[in-house]
Design a protein around this ligand. Structure first.
Ligand SMILES: CC(C)(COP(=O)(O)OP(=O)(O)OC[C@H]1O[C@@H](n2cnc3c(N)ncnc32)[C@H](O)[C@@H]1OP(=O)(O)O)[C@@H](O)C(=O)NCCC(=O)NCCS
Length: 142
Protein backbone atom coordinates (compact mmCIF):
# COMPACT_ATOMS: atom_id res chain seq x y z
CA UNK A 1 0.00 0.00 0.00
CA UNK A 2 1.45 3.38 -1.01
CA UNK A 3 1.17 6.62 0.91
CA UNK A 4 0.64 9.59 -1.41
CA UNK A 5 1.30 13.22 -0.54
CA UNK A 6 2.50 16.45 -2.08
CA UNK A 7 6.14 16.08 -3.06
CA UNK A 8 8.84 18.15 -1.39
CA UNK A 9 12.31 19.06 -2.56
CA UNK A 10 13.62 16.29 -0.30
CA UNK A 11 11.96 13.77 -2.62
CA UNK A 12 13.75 15.19 -5.64
CA UNK A 13 17.06 13.23 -5.58
CA UNK A 14 15.23 9.87 -5.64
CA UNK A 15 12.82 11.06 -8.31
CA UNK A 16 15.63 12.33 -10.50
CA UNK A 17 17.07 8.82 -10.70
CA UNK A 18 14.06 7.75 -12.77
CA UNK A 19 14.56 7.81 -16.48
CA UNK A 20 11.25 9.35 -17.36
CA UNK A 21 10.71 12.17 -19.77
CA UNK A 22 9.66 14.86 -17.32
CA UNK A 23 12.41 17.34 -16.60
CA UNK A 24 10.52 19.95 -14.63
CA UNK A 25 10.08 18.08 -11.37
CA UNK A 26 11.57 20.89 -9.29
CA UNK A 27 9.21 23.46 -10.77
CA UNK A 28 6.23 21.14 -10.27
CA UNK A 29 7.17 20.58 -6.65
CA UNK A 30 7.58 24.29 -5.98
CA UNK A 31 4.22 24.96 -7.64
CA UNK A 32 2.59 22.28 -5.38
CA UNK A 33 1.54 20.35 -8.47
CA UNK A 34 3.63 17.24 -7.86
CA UNK A 35 2.23 14.34 -5.83
CA UNK A 36 4.52 11.51 -4.82
CA UNK A 37 3.76 7.92 -3.81
CA UNK A 38 5.97 6.44 -1.11
CA UNK A 39 6.72 2.87 -0.09
CA UNK A 40 8.94 2.37 2.95
CA UNK A 41 9.30 6.18 2.95
CA UNK A 42 10.89 6.16 -0.53
CA UNK A 43 9.36 7.66 -3.68
CA UNK A 44 7.87 4.98 -5.97
CA UNK A 45 5.93 7.14 -8.41
CA UNK A 46 4.53 10.58 -8.98
CA UNK A 47 1.80 12.50 -10.70
CA UNK A 48 1.35 16.10 -11.74
CA UNK A 49 -1.98 17.75 -11.16
CA UNK A 50 -2.70 21.28 -12.31
CA UNK A 51 -5.20 23.41 -14.20
CA UNK A 52 -3.23 23.82 -17.40
CA UNK A 53 -5.97 22.30 -19.57
CA UNK A 54 -8.55 25.02 -20.33
CA UNK A 55 -8.46 25.90 -16.63
CA UNK A 56 -9.82 22.42 -15.83
CA UNK A 57 -8.35 20.05 -13.24
CA UNK A 58 -5.86 18.10 -15.30
CA UNK A 59 -3.63 15.13 -14.56
CA UNK A 60 -0.70 16.21 -16.66
CA UNK A 61 1.52 13.27 -15.88
CA UNK A 62 1.63 9.94 -14.08
CA UNK A 63 4.78 7.90 -13.74
CA UNK A 64 5.73 4.74 -11.86
CA UNK A 65 9.21 3.29 -12.35
CA UNK A 66 9.23 -0.20 -13.86
CA UNK A 67 10.41 -1.80 -10.62
CA UNK A 68 7.18 -0.74 -8.90
CA UNK A 69 4.58 -1.25 -11.62
CA UNK A 70 1.50 -3.46 -11.20
CA UNK A 71 1.53 -2.94 -7.45
CA UNK A 72 -1.27 -0.39 -7.26
CA UNK A 73 0.94 2.71 -7.18
CA UNK A 74 -0.57 4.36 -10.27
CA UNK A 75 -4.05 3.63 -8.95
CA UNK A 76 -3.18 5.15 -5.55
CA UNK A 77 -1.72 8.27 -7.19
CA UNK A 78 -4.85 8.81 -9.29
CA UNK A 79 -7.12 8.26 -6.28
CA UNK A 80 -5.12 10.79 -4.27
CA UNK A 81 -5.08 13.46 -7.00
CA UNK A 82 -8.82 13.02 -7.63
CA UNK A 83 -9.49 13.65 -3.95
CA UNK A 84 -6.94 16.46 -3.65
CA UNK A 85 -8.50 18.36 -6.56
CA UNK A 86 -11.96 18.46 -4.96
CA UNK A 87 -13.06 18.88 -8.57
CA UNK A 88 -16.43 18.08 -10.04
CA UNK A 89 -14.71 16.71 -13.11
CA UNK A 90 -11.09 15.80 -13.76
CA UNK A 91 -9.32 15.37 -17.09
CA UNK A 92 -6.31 13.58 -18.52
CA UNK A 93 -4.93 12.15 -21.75
CA UNK A 94 -2.65 9.45 -23.03
CA UNK A 95 -1.26 8.22 -26.32
CA UNK A 96 -3.07 5.55 -28.32
CA UNK A 97 -0.42 2.83 -27.83
CA UNK A 98 -0.34 3.30 -24.03
CA UNK A 99 -2.44 0.29 -23.04
CA UNK A 100 -1.34 0.28 -19.36
CA UNK A 101 -2.56 3.86 -18.85
CA UNK A 102 -5.79 3.23 -20.77
CA UNK A 103 -6.45 0.12 -18.66
CA UNK A 104 -5.78 2.02 -15.46
CA UNK A 105 -8.09 4.86 -16.50
CA UNK A 106 -10.85 2.41 -17.41
CA UNK A 107 -10.45 0.68 -14.06
CA UNK A 108 -10.84 4.01 -12.26
CA UNK A 109 -13.96 4.96 -14.19
CA UNK A 110 -12.56 7.50 -16.64
CA UNK A 111 -14.58 8.07 -19.82
CA UNK A 112 -12.91 8.32 -23.21
CA UNK A 113 -14.22 11.55 -24.71
CA UNK A 114 -12.15 12.31 -27.79
CA UNK A 115 -9.05 11.83 -29.87
CA UNK A 116 -6.69 14.50 -31.14
CA UNK A 117 -4.49 13.66 -34.07
CA UNK A 118 -1.47 15.51 -35.40
CA UNK A 119 -0.26 16.65 -31.98
CA UNK A 120 2.59 14.17 -32.11
CA UNK A 121 3.38 10.84 -33.74
CA UNK A 122 0.54 8.97 -32.04
CA UNK A 123 -3.06 10.09 -31.60
CA UNK A 124 -3.79 11.44 -28.11
CA UNK A 125 -6.84 10.06 -26.27
CA UNK A 126 -8.64 12.43 -23.89
CA UNK A 127 -10.51 11.23 -20.83
CA UNK A 128 -12.60 12.71 -18.04
CA UNK A 129 -14.08 11.44 -14.81
CA UNK A 130 -16.96 12.93 -12.89
CA UNK A 131 -16.06 13.03 -9.22
CA UNK A 132 -19.33 14.48 -7.95
CA UNK A 133 -22.88 13.54 -8.93
CA UNK A 134 -23.70 17.10 -10.03
CA UNK A 135 -20.64 17.43 -12.24
CA UNK A 136 -22.38 19.25 -15.06
CA UNK A 137 -19.82 21.16 -17.05
CA UNK A 138 -19.94 24.87 -16.68
CA UNK A 139 -19.09 25.45 -20.30
CA UNK A 140 -16.51 28.08 -20.89
CA UNK A 141 -14.99 28.81 -24.22
CA UNK A 142 -12.38 31.03 -25.65
C1 LIG B 1 0.60 3.71 -16.58
C2 LIG B 1 1.31 3.51 -15.25
C3 LIG B 1 1.35 4.84 -14.49
C4 LIG B 1 0.54 2.47 -14.42
O1 LIG B 1 1.10 2.45 -13.12
P1 LIG B 1 1.02 1.14 -12.20
O2 LIG B 1 1.46 1.53 -10.84
O3 LIG B 1 1.78 0.02 -12.85
O4 LIG B 1 -0.51 0.80 -12.23
P2 LIG B 1 -1.32 -0.04 -11.13
O5 LIG B 1 -0.46 -1.11 -10.56
O6 LIG B 1 -1.94 0.90 -10.16
O7 LIG B 1 -2.43 -0.71 -12.05
C5 LIG B 1 -3.80 -0.56 -11.78
C6 LIG B 1 -4.57 -1.18 -12.93
O8 LIG B 1 -4.21 -0.58 -14.18
C7 LIG B 1 -4.22 -1.57 -15.22
N1 LIG B 1 -2.86 -1.78 -15.71
C8 LIG B 1 -1.73 -1.23 -15.22
N2 LIG B 1 -0.67 -1.63 -15.96
C9 LIG B 1 -1.15 -2.45 -16.92
C10 LIG B 1 -0.55 -3.18 -17.99
N3 LIG B 1 0.78 -3.13 -18.20
N4 LIG B 1 -1.33 -3.91 -18.80
C11 LIG B 1 -2.66 -3.96 -18.61
N5 LIG B 1 -3.31 -3.29 -17.60
C12 LIG B 1 -2.55 -2.55 -16.77
C13 LIG B 1 -4.74 -2.84 -14.56
O9 LIG B 1 -6.16 -2.82 -14.62
C14 LIG B 1 -4.29 -2.65 -13.13
O10 LIG B 1 -5.04 -3.38 -12.19
P3 LIG B 1 -4.57 -4.91 -11.84
O11 LIG B 1 -3.10 -4.87 -11.57
O12 LIG B 1 -5.41 -5.22 -10.64
O13 LIG B 1 -4.90 -5.72 -13.05
C15 LIG B 1 2.77 2.97 -15.46
O14 LIG B 1 2.70 1.85 -16.33
C16 LIG B 1 3.73 3.98 -16.02
O15 LIG B 1 4.31 4.77 -15.29
N6 LIG B 1 3.95 3.98 -17.33
C17 LIG B 1 4.90 4.90 -17.97
C18 LIG B 1 4.44 6.34 -17.92
C19 LIG B 1 3.09 6.53 -18.56
O16 LIG B 1 2.80 5.95 -19.60
N7 LIG B 1 2.25 7.37 -17.93
C20 LIG B 1 0.90 7.63 -18.40
C21 LIG B 1 0.81 8.78 -19.34
S1 LIG B 1 1.32 10.32 -18.62
Amino acid sequence: MSVVRLATLEDLPAMQEWHDWHHAKRESILARECHVALADAKPVGYGILNRSFFDRWWIALLFVPETHRRQGVGDALLAHMEQFSQANRIWTSTELPNVPMQSLLKKRGYVLTGVVENLQKNPELFYYKDLKPDADQQSRSC
